[in-house]
Ligand binder design. Structure first.
Ligand code: ADP
Ligand code: MG
Length: 383
């Protein structure tokens, strides 16, 4: 892969594609990880006296400008973190002029790329407009590299291009721990739907020794084995797929935390042959079994919470598993790799993000990488 340090950025205009799609609620940024992680690349480019054109998407605007998806609010945040002025421009023609007039070492933030219809279409004309803003293209958004979008793929075909420091670091870590992982390997996979993780489960079936299933996904597997699952969430149309997929590597729940509805207070722990209500978390026996297995394994993959972790009543299994995996990692007993949007939120909630061996903040891209797929944004940067 072509790397940032291999290309000459001195005094050049650099289009830096980053992922500034930070979680925001009521105008407040809930987690600044994504912003903090791109600072080293920006700082490196500043040492090269480059003009930096920062570009990102934000949310999923339907068509054109929508105020709530504007990136303008990040101008101040970036100014504060970088301790220098950051320009902002929402018109690409004006931006082209601006990049000529900017001083070396100045930074320009562009408006949300998804306000432009060409972005998600990987449109050549739009990519040309973007490429007019710069001499060099740098991708520092691993988390977006599974998308064939104009600012990820097409622009990289038009300009000399390279991977940024964050992207390089993410790939280094994934390769380091997962190319030849220490065995045995345990994958703990939760989340709501089998349908979004079919390819992942298939790939893991080939590569790991044990796959512990939690979350609502487990309900579909239990249904496939003929258990009654009350009014638990499951995917009817994937019951047959789940059944066909099951093999001796899979570890399904033995007991579950159930309740008649999400805000009722009749919470109970039941064995899987007594589910009459809604299953929202793994039970203590299952957690014990998963923890015992984790203690025997050398590599542990975590993706997807094993319960409705957003609600403290159903976060116990997720938290207990995270704590044990953190403990094993800190004591050098196992390598732990965690990823997935909600998994990252669960780790942050119990403040154990930093205690994993490595956490990938890329949701979909991390999963596609684990699935062994070629990511178009990486392919275009390969030598
Ligand atoms: P990730 O983003 O880490 O890949 P997913 O998006 O697949 O995870 O799934 C996370 C969601 O799954 C969470 O919102 C969580 O509340 C939900 N979930 C977990 N267990 C259950 C369950 N038993 N019933 C319903 N939803 C669940
Ligand atoms: Mg998710």
């Amino acid at each position: 892969m072509r790397l940032l340090k291999d290309i000459d950025c001195k005094n050049k205009r650099v289009f830096l594609r980053v992922d500034l799609n930070v979680p925001v609620m009521n105008g407040k940024i809930l987690d600044e990880t994504r912003i903090n992680k791109i600072l080293p690349t920006i700082q490196y480019l500043l040492t090269q006296n480059a003009k930096i054109i920062l570009a990102s998407h934000f949310g999923r605007p339907k068509s054109g400008y929508e105020e709530k998806y504007s990136l303008r609010f990040l101008q101040n945040v970036l100014q504060h973190k970088l301790e220098q002025e950051v320009l902002f421009e929402d018109n690409l023609n004006d931006a082209a002029q601006l990049t000529q007039n900017m001083q070396l070492g100045e930074i320009l933030l562009l408006e949300n790329l998804r306000f432009f219809s060409g972005e998600t279409k990987n449109d050549l004309e739009f990519a040309k407009q973007l490429s007019n803003l710069a001499d060099i293209y740098v991708n520092d958004a691993f988390s977006c590299s599974h998308r064939a979008h104009a600012s990820i793929v097409k622009i990289a075909e038009l300009l000399p291009s390279a991977a940024g420091l964050l992207l390089e670091d993410e790939l280094d870590n994934l390769h380091k721990y997962l190319d030849k992982p220490n065995k045995p390997i345990l994958a703990i996979i939760g989340g709501s739907k089998i349908s979004t993780k079919l390819d992942l489960l298939k790939e893991l079936s080939k590569k790991v020794d044990y796959i512990a299933i939690g979350g609502a996904m487990a309900n579909t597997f239990l249904k496939a084995l003929g258990y009654e699952i009350g009014n638990s969430f499951y995917e009817e149309e994937f019951v047959a797929t789940a059944k066909a997929m099951l093999n001796e590597k899979f570890i399904l729940p033995k007991d579950l935390v159930v309740v008649s509805s999400i805000d009722a207070d009749d919470i109970e722990i039941v064995d899987i042959d007594h589910i009459t209500k809604m299953a929202l978390d793994l039970g203590p026996e299952t957690v014990k079994q998963i923890i015992a297995l984790a203690q025997k394994c050398k590599t542990i993959l975590l993706n997807g919470p094993v319960g409705v972790f957003e609600n403290p009543s159903f976060a116990k299994a997720t938290n207990a598993i995270i704590k044990e995996v953190a403990n094993l990692s800190q004591n050098n007993k196992a390598i732990s790799i965690a990823g997935g949007g909600d998994m990252v939120a669960a780790l942050t909630q119990v403040r154990l993000f930093d205690q994993m061996t490595y956490v990938s903040t890329a949701g979909g891209a991390f999963l596609e990488w684990l699935e062994g797929k070629e990511l178009p944004g990486l392919l275009v940067l390969s030598c």
